[in-house]
Design a protein around this ligand. Structure first.
Ligand code: PAD
Ligand code: ZN
Length: 367
């Protein structure tokens, strides 16, 4: 066991706290990872606000890269000293989805079996089964994916959640192909990553839709060929105009609201695909004419974590980044210290950043 500093949320809505945390030694199938960098994701903020559950205290942070420090018995996929990105989809290999050859839908993903605790023994709930605003964390070995050491931790760590979710929504769930037209509604971290993913896949028309001109300008830097401010223009009509009157082959909804989903539904071409990335709240409902659902054909899909397979997709995106073909580092708006997380949540709320990333090197010196 070792004691390190980490950031927790003790109660709904309370400011986050940097506290001492006990991290058990790696047991069978587990690994201890020294965290180098961890992005601040909207999901961490949802934990703080009570939007995900009531299992306080939460150990926050989950978009992280670091070095494997210990491995437990039976671990073969990583070794001490490996540079890894953490993931929340360590597939079991044994459930219905894994057995039918679709492990990205795995219904029984793995986490560490032992618990990290506060000094008084209170067990912590790690965010998305990771918990990485901490000097060292304990995870299932399958949650560690080795990537090229040339990618700096602040950028590489972002593959662990939101960026993968957006890129994967385009390339995995949406199956975007060369020459297709893609529209992305909502250009925050997830939507912007979907734009970059569509560009990577070779889409020739990429339409960014948002209500904020700053986001639209930024979207162009990631590959958008056209932009639509939906406060000023009719989204469906404009997307049709930009696609020869037909609608886009793939429309990705990255807001999570009924009205934007409806726009996505009507803005796609016949036989097109709609991909829902935005996470709705339980009160939201939508009504659509069943005849339109039938008549338009194609598919309506939702995308969790970009239907990614970390061991396949993280090294691939890291390599493309290092080759200059995928702008992973552009998602890092700023690097911050471990005491600046509350402030980063505020900047996120004001739409000022794609990602603030905490560098952990200095955590020991922090109060
Ligand atoms: P964000 O807050 O960074 O971005 C949201 C964007 O939507 C902003 O740019 C807003 O301006 C824009 N927006 C808001 N309302 C509208 C509207 N009516 N029309 C057009 N644009 C609008 O969030 P994010 O990008 O981190 O996340 C977006 C959603 O994706 C959110 O619901 C989040 O929970 C979800 C998400 N899903 C997964 C997954 O695996 N499915 C992963 C990560 C995030
Ligand atoms: Zn996340």
């Amino acid at each position: 066991m070792q004691q390190v500093k980490g950031v927790i949320s003790r109660a709904k809505g309370a400011p986050v706290e940097l506290v001492n945390i006990n991290v058990p030694d790696a047991g069978p199938g587990e690994a201890v990872v020294r965290i180098q960098a961890c992005g601040v994701c909207h999901t961490d903020y949802h934990y703080v606000q009570g939007g995900i559950g009531d299992d306080y205290p939460y150990l926050l942070g989950h978009e992280a890269a670091g070095i494997v420090e210990q491995v437990g018995e039976g671990v073969t996929n990583v070794a001490v000293g490996d540079y890894v990105v953490l993931n929340w989809r360590a597939v079991c290999g044994d459930c219905r989805a894994c057995k039918r050859g679709e492990p990205w839908y795995c219904f029984a993903t793995k986490n560490a079996e032992q618990m990290m605790t506060l000094e008084d023994g209170t067990e912590l709930s790690p965010a998305l089964g990771i918990g990485a605003f901490i000097e060292k964390t304990l995870v299932a070995a399958g949650q560690c994916t080795k990537v090229d050491e040339g990618a700096e931790p602040a950028a590489a760590g972002l593959l662990g959640c939101g960026i993968m979710a957006g890129v994967g929504a385009a390339i995995n769930t949406g199956g975007v192909r060369r020459g297709e037209s893609v529209a992305v509604i909502g250009c925050g971290g997830a939507g912007t990553a979907a734009i970059a993913g569509a560009a990577l896949a070779g889409a020739s028309t990429i339409i960014a839709v948002d209500i904020d001109d700053r986001k639209l300008e930024q979207a162009r830097e990631f590959g958008a060929t056209h932009t639509v401010n939906s406060k000023q223009e009719d989204v469906v009509e404009t997307i049709r105009e930009l696609t020869g009157g037909n609608g886009a082959d793939v429309v990705i909804e990255a807001v999570g609201r009924p009205e934007t989903y409806e726009q996505a539904f009507y803005a796609r071409d016949l036989a097109g695909r709609v991909v829902l990335v935005g996470v709705p709240t339980p009160d939201m409902e939508i009504t659509l004419p069943l005849l339109e659902i039938f008549g338009r054909g194609g598919s309506l899909k939702s995308s969790w974590y970009g239907d990614c397979l970390p061991e396949r997709d993280f090294p691939m995106l890291t390599d493309l980044y290092l080759q200059g073909r995928f702008p992973l580092d552009k998602f890092v708006s700023e690097t911050i210290g471990i005491n600046d997380i509350d402030e980063a949540f505020e900047k996120m709320g004001r739409g000022e950043v794609l990602r603030s990333v905490v560098l952990l090197e200095d955590a020991k010196e922090a109060k």
